[in-house]
Design a protein around this ligand. Sequence first.
Ligand code: ADP
Ligand code: MG
Length: 633
Amino acid sequence: MDKSLELLKKHWGFNSFRQSQAEIIRSVIKGEDTFVLLPTGAGKSLCYQLPALMTEGVCLVISPLIALMEDQVKSLESKGVKALLLSSKLNRHDTIIAFDNLMHGNFKFLYLSPEKLQSAFIQEKISQLPLNLIAIDEAHCISQWGHDFRSAYLKIPVLNELHPDIPKIALTATATSVVKQDIIENLKLKSPKIFTGSYYRDNLDISVLKKEAIRTGILDLLKSIDEPAIVYVGTRKNTIQFARFLTGNQIKATYYHGGLDSKQKSEALLQWKEEKTKVMVATNAFGMGIDKSNVRMVIHAHLPNSIENYMQEIGRGGRDGKVSFTYLLYNENSIFESELQLKKSIVSPEFCRSVYGKLNDYFQIAKGELNEGVFDFDPQEFALRYDFPFIQVYYALNHLHHEDIIFYDQNPAKTSRVRVIENNSKLFKVQSLQNIQAQVLQMLLRTYGGIHDQFIAINESLISSKLKQPKEAIIRALKRLDQDKVIVYKKSVNKLKLNFLVPREVNFIYHTIRANITQRNKTKKTKSLALHDFIKNDQTCRQIQLLNYFGEKLVQPCGHCDVCRSRENADKIDYKELSDQILSLIKKHKTLSIHEMGQFLQIDKEAIVKTLQLLVERKFIDLNLQNKFYLIT
Ligand code: ADP
Ligand code: MG
C-alpha cells in the first residue's frame, strides 16, 4: 500500500484512505473484477483512479453525464494527471487526434459516454488502446430496475470482446439487491469482489409528518435552525414561489432547477454555498456535484419518485457527520398529486408509436428512409400540431431516446456562432466605421482569431459590454451583417436538437420497444408505490424500512426517527432483551408457535407479538406453513 499512499498524497493531497477505499483499491490492483456500492460522497472515483495511476496504460471510464465527466477530467488535470473526454461534440478528425494523443501522449484516462461507445469506429480505436482498467460509473443505469435506466449501458459488454482480459470495476451509489445482480450479470463481471457500504446514516434524524398546512409547517421548521438547509419541491414553478414565500417571511432563500441556464445555476449555488442565503429551494435536479458538508436540514415538500431518490436527497444532509434533520411533509393532497404525476408520466408503447410516426411526418421522412440530419425541434409546437398533450409527448420522446430510436439533446448549445466572409468584410471595412455594424465587425475580427476560416462561438453580451451598446443593438447589427453577406451569423436557439437513429419502420420499431417501455412503466409504478408504503408505515422504524428496501438489516430501531420517538413513549418494555430471548429460544427449538413461546416466556403476550412482528420485518425470522417461527439464516 505504500506506493498507493504516496500517490494519494502526491496527487490528491490526502493523508489516508477512507475505510473501504484501501480494500477496494487492493482488489482492483490485483486485477479482480470489482463491484462497489457506496453512498454518494464516499469517494468512489478514487477507487478506480488511483489503481489506474499505478499501472501502465489507459483507464477507460464510462459515465452517463457529460457534466460529470467534465468535472472529473478537470479535477484530474488539476492534480497533474492527463485525462481526455470524448464528447459527441468532437468530429471524426478531432477524434482521431484524440486517440493519437491517448496512444502517445501519456494520457491516463479516457472518459466516454455509453452512446459514444456504440460507434464501430470508436470501438476499433479502443481495441488498439493499451487499457489497464475499465471503470463503469453510475452502473445502476444498466438495470431496468435501477432508477435511471439507459439502454446504451446494456451494450457496454462489447468491451469484453475488445479487451477480454482487462479487469472491470462497476460503481454505484444506489442499488437494491436486484439491481446489484443485474449489474453483475449484464456487465459480465467475472466472480467479482463485492464491496457494499451500509446505507445506514446514523446521524440523520428522519421524520415523516402528515401536515395539512405544509408551507407553514416548513416555515416553522426552518425558523428553528440557523444553518444551511435544502427544501425539495415538485416543480420548477414551485421553487420560485416557495423561495419567494420564505423570503417574504424573513428567511433568506434562493432557488435552483433544471431550466436555469448555467450562469444562473452557478450563481444560486454560490450564494447558498457561501451561506449568503440559508435555504436552497430546489427540484430534484439539484443533486450531482453538491459537496456541502454542513447541511443541517433537508425537507421534502412533495413526495419523491422513489426511495432511491429520497435516500440520495436526504443523504445530502450531515455530510460532516453531525446530527442533521430530515422532514418529509405530506397530506392527502400531496399523495394525490404524486399519483397524478405518475399517471401523466406513464405513456403506453402505442402512444410512443404514434408520436414516432408523427415525428417522421413532421420532418417529412418517408417509410423505410433514414434522414441522418440533425433537426431543430420544438416539442411544444409539435404537440400542438398533432393535438398531443405536451407532457406526454415529452415522456414519449424520452422513451424513444432511451431506446436509441431517436437522439435528442435536451441542452442544446446556448452559444451563437459566427463566420466572417473574408472578401466581403474587406470591402465593408473601408466604408464608414462610425456605424455600429462596422464596430461589431471590427470587434469580431479583433476578439476571435480564425473567424475567417470557421464558425467561432461568440458572446453577444461580451461584445455589448465592450462596445458599450445594448445587447439588442449588437444582435441587430449581427443580423444586418448577415443579410449583407459580410458574416454568417448563427444565433443561439433554445430549440432542441433531434436526430433519427434508425429508418422509419413504425411497426417494426414498435415491436422492438414495446416490452422495454412496458417494463419501464412497471418499474416506475413499483418505485412510486414503495415510497407511498414507506410514508404510510408509521409502525416500523424509518431507518429499518429504508435499509430493508436496499436489502440490508438493522439490528435495532434507530431510536431517532418519528416512529421510534412515538414508540418510546408508548412502552417501556426492553424489546432488545426480549428479541434476544426469542431468537435464542427459536434457535434451540428450531421452530416455535406463538402459543409455545408464551409458555416459555412469562410475559405479556402483546409484547411478544410485537417483538415477533419486528423480527419478521427485519427478516430475522419467518413463519412456516405450520404457523411456526423459524430463523432465517
Ligand atoms: P462518489 O463518487 O462516491 O460520490 P467522489 O469520488 O466524488 O465520491 O468523492 C467525494 C469527495 O470525497 C471528493 O471531494 C473527494 O475529493 C473526497 N475524498 C475522496 N477520498 C478521500 C480521502 N481518502 N480523504 C479525503 N477526502 C476524500
Ligand atoms: Mg461518483
